[in-house]
Design a protein around this ligand. Structure first.
Ligand code: HQG
Length: 181
């Protein structure tokens, strides 16, 4: 049985954002999974989980990645999906500047094509450079890009704020990116 909370949390990200079929789970159109069915599926996949452990992981997740509904019968990921779900995110006025952390090796490509959402629904941006640096560090030597989100907003580009404080937008044209730190 897998008991380590970080591994359980990573598996939760996989099934709630990318591949629910791994444990024959279905998400509804808004990304919600039935908590009991999730628990049953995870147990079969050898993860030690029950509703109390699940509640504990949701509560203690450093980035608040997951959310229960009011009666704890459903659970979903707050952002980061690659599968087609509608989180009904509210459009929100962004601050003047936001940050994006990436790997140094992506720089030339980003200068050419801007930031692309790749497999996910949106490009992910942070309101502080430290968080962005940590995101970039997942891929090797990081670099933090400044994004002129105020200008993008003036130009009519929409921004959303996820429940766990990640700023989301469609692709970011290179003209809005400040490359030197
Ligand atoms: C890069 C984590 C080359 C982009 C974090 C990133 C985040 C380009 C990668 C969340 C490019 C995509 C998302 C271009 C973009 N050329 N590379 N034109 N445009 N890229 O994982 O933002 O811990 O899909 O810079 O905290 O790294 O999972 O996005 O490096 O919020 O909860 O392509 O994942 O949250 O990678 O991370 P990702 P991300 P969790």
């Amino acid at each position: 049985m897998i008991t380590d909370k970080i591994n359980i949390s990573k598996f939760l990200s996989l099934v709630l954002r990318h591949k629910p079929e791994t444990i024959d789970l279905e998400l509804d159109e808004n990304g919600w999974a039935d908590a009991d069915l999730l628990i049953q599926g995870m147990l079969k996949a050898n993860y030690l989980i029950d509703i109390e452990i699940l509640k504990d992981i949701v509560k203690s997740s450093d980035k608040q990645r997951f959310k229960f509904n009011d009666d704890f019968s459903k659970i979903r990921a707050n952002q980061g999906h690659s599968i087609n779900v509608d989180l009904k995110l509210e459009q929100k006025l962004p601050p003047e500047m936001l940050f994006h952390g990436t790997a140094l090796r992506n720089l030339d490509s980003i200068k050419q094509s801007g930031l692309l959402k790749q497999n996910r629904h949106h490009v992910h941006l942070s309101s502080d450079s430290e968080t962005a640096r940590k995101v970039g560090m997942r891929y090797g030597k990081p670099i933090v890009l400044k994004i002129e989100s105020g200008k993008m907003n003036e130009d009519g580009i929409e921004f959303y704020l996820s429940e766990n404080g990640v700023w989301l937008t469609e692709n970011v044209d290179a003209k809005y990116i400040i490359f030197q730190e």
